[in-house]
Design a protein around this ligand. Structure first.
Ligand code: PGA
Length: 249
């Protein structure tokens, strides 16, 4: 069975709650489609108004992060139960900005991925190499390591429902999109790694996005690649252009 595309916006630290509502109202008619899952991952404080604004549309609301403990003395963190209580179905885990600025590691990513599954939330698990790693020729080795640790103790049935976002760090927010061949090469390697860790059926089912300066003019070529099942979109997800990315065909 063909995998359904999943196109997600990653708003990062943008949009106040009132701006979020306005943006969703603008984008609602532009992202209407049955062909792809459309997810807006928004700042925690925007989640509730975003859910309200997206009601009756095909837009699903996701979180940008969550903590791996159930509850307790973890000032400033958001728990998985808080997300499911309001109806959040997706959470971005291990974005490179969280790894760089907030000390997330492959190990904390793994804990969060396990916790998300425990609560029935689909993790969008991020991986991606630096420019130095690409130049040194260790991209695939590095990504395989990130994926193997992120999926430690995750069952095949869980992994089948997961989303992986391949986001080369040098392409994020730089306007330097990876070429479709570069992106496809790594996404294919990620699928091969999942086949190795699990089996072919799991590798066929899991959805792998490309992220990093995706825009209305690069989306079609990227998403046409056999191992690229959609995108994780930052900057362009905050503009009407996101409608063109979702309806890329
Ligand atoms: P970008 O961000 O599209 O602005 O490069 C992508 C991301 O970081 O998820």
């Amino acid at each position: 069975m063909a995998r359904k595309k999943i196109i997600a916006g990653n708003w990062k630290m943008n949009m106040t709650p009132s701006e979020a509502v306005e943006l969703i109202n603008t984008l609602k008619p532009l992202v209407a489609t049955d062909e792809a899952d459309v997810v807006f991952c928004v700042p925690a404080i925007d989640i509730i108004p975003a859910l309200e604004a997206a009601k009756g549309s095909n837009i699903q609301i996701g979180a940008e992060n969550m903590y791996f403990e159930e509850k307790g003395a973890f000032t400033g963190e958001i728990s998985p139960a808080m997300l499911t209580d309001v109806g959040v179905k997706y959470v971005i885990i291990g974005h490179s900005e969280r790894r760089e600025y907030f000390a997330e590691t492959d190990e904390t990513v793994n804990k969060k991925v396990l916790k998300a599954f425990e609560h029935g939330i689909t993790p969008i698990v991020c991986c991606g190499e630096t420019l130095t790693q690409r130049e040194q020729g260790v991209t695939i080795d590095f990504i395989r390591q990130q994926i193997k640790v992120a999926f430690l103790n995750v069952t095949a049935d869980q992994a089948k429902t997961a989303v992986i976002a391949y986001e080369p760090i040098w392409a994020i927010g730089t306007g330097k999109t990876a070429t479709s061949d570069q992106a496809e090469e790594v996404c294919a390697a990620i699928r091969a790694c999942i086949a190795e860790v699990y089996d072919e059926a799991t590798a066929e089912a899991i959805r792998i996005q490309y992220g990093g300066s995706v825009n209305a003019s690069t989306a079609a070529e990227l998403f046409a690649k056999p191992n690229i099942d959609g995108g994780l979109v930052g900057g362009a997800a905050l503009k009407p252009d996101f409608g063109k990315i979702v309806n890329y065909k």
